[in-house]
Structures are given as structure tokens and as C-alpha cells.
Design a protein around this ligand. Sequence first.
Ligand SMILES: Nc1ncnc2c1ncn2[C@@H]1O[C@H](COP(=O)(O)OP(=O)(O)OP(=O)(O)O)[C@@H](O)[C@H]1O
Ligand SMILES: [Mg+2]
Length: 241
Amino acid sequence: MNTDTATELAVDCRGIEKSFGEGETRVQVLRGTDFDARLGQMTFLVGPSGCGKTTLISVIGAILSCEAGEVHVLGSDLRRMKKGALADFRLANFGFIFQEYNLLPALTAAENASIPLVARGESNRDAERSAEELLGKLGLEGHTAKMPAQLSGGQQQRVAIARALIHEPRLLICDEPTASLDAASGHNVMELLRDVALAAERAVLVVTHDHRIFEFADRIHHMSDGVIESTDEHPNEEQDG
Ligand SMILES: Nc1ncnc2c1ncn2[C@@H]1O[C@H](COP(=O)(O)OP(=O)(O)OP(=O)(O)O)[C@@H](O)[C@H]1O
Ligand SMILES: [Mg+2]
């Protein structure tokens, strides 16, 4: 990889090693894994259940540490950052949509979605107002004062998506973002995510099994047994165009 292309990479990982457990129960999940994602693009990561997709994006998102390799994200070398600096970096630059929604059960939809703004110092009132507006765009007008338990799975997913987008992160990491959505809501969500990716100096990573949304991919990395086996560089371009 030469330095010219490195400048446009949002994520550049080389030789990542990650295992879980000790001794006889140790499982090596990432085995010298390379991965990259470009600014201004939606990069998809697909592969069979258990191959290591969530583990890889958790290392990229600084949720998990790894044992070896290089993890460069938005120009920073994550493995060389101190704990506090890494936490601040993550809060300012990353948005996450997880496989499970992880909403806080005692907060309303609007309060849940406003968390990243409050965390960076905005008043509850302003943060909630912004959250209500974004939830409206996601089709949740009239649901913003409800608690997660009063919402359907798909509605909870959209609250989680609002929370991931509200602070306009430069890197958005999504694990099965459309799994619990019907086709129309899934399409709507992907259009929002694409708008994020297209905004200057941003990137979106999407882990998915959902073929209905492959049309949104700028690149698709195929993972198998902990490594990227192949990459479709132009999955949605016309063959003879
Ligand atoms: N905290 C953990 N402790 C022990 N093993 C783990 C842990 N997290 C993941 N694993 C193991 O690592 C492997 C990869 O898991 P991972 O969650 O990354 O897969 P995945 O590709 O995201 O699968 P899925 O499509 O089902 O979400 C699996 O064998 C899993 O059991
Ligand atoms: Mg997973």
C-alpha cells in the first residue's frame, strides 16, 4: 500500500491477531487480518456466522484490544494511544450501531438518542430537541417520549441508529443495521447512512447478511475464518459501462 492511497483511507489495519480465552479454551479469531475502508464510501463486511466480523469491527472501534497488528483509524494509530485519549477519540469520532440495540431501558427514545450530545457537553434540552428532529426523520415522530420497552424491535433499532448518527461521527460502524427492519425502513435507513458516508471526510462500515442492501455497497470485503478472502472493488458498477 503506497502513501498516496493511505491518505484517503479511513481505516487501515494490517496483520491483526485477536484471540479469546486462555490455554485449551483459547480461540484465535483474527489471524493476521488486513482490512481497509476509504473515506466517502460505504464499505461492507460479509461472511458466515462466527467468522469474526463483529470481533474485527470491535477492534477497529476500539471496543476490543488486539494482540498484534496495526490499527490506523482516521489517521490515528489506535494501538499507540493512551486509554483516556482513546476514549475521547472514540466519543468524538465514532458512531456505533450494534447487533443488539443496547438502549438504556430507563430513558425515553429521545433521551437515548441524545446521549452522544450530552456526553460532549450539550444541555439535555438542546440535545433532546436535536434527537426529536432526527427521530422524526427516521419515522418515529410521536414515539420520542416512549421507553424502549414500549417500542417494537424495528423502532428500537431506529432509536439506536439515531443515537449513532446524532453527533455526526466521522466513522460509523454498523453491525447488521437492517436486521430487524422491513424492506422500506431498511432502505430508508441505508439512504441515511449513505448520506453520512458521502459527507466530507467520513466513512461507513456495514456488517450484514442482508442482500436487500448490497446495492448500497461501494466495496465489499468477504471474510472467512478470520481473514478477508476477497474484495469486490466495484460491486454495483455496470459490467460494460
Ligand atoms: N467474548 C468472547 N469470548 C469468547 N469467544 C468469543 C467472544 N466473542 C466472540 N467469540 C468467538 O469468536 C468467533 C467470532 O465471533 P464474532 O462475533 O466475531 O463472529 P461474527 O462473524 O460476527 O458472527 P455473526 O454473523 O454470527 O454475528 C466465534 O467463534 C465466537 O464464538
Ligand atoms: Mg457478529
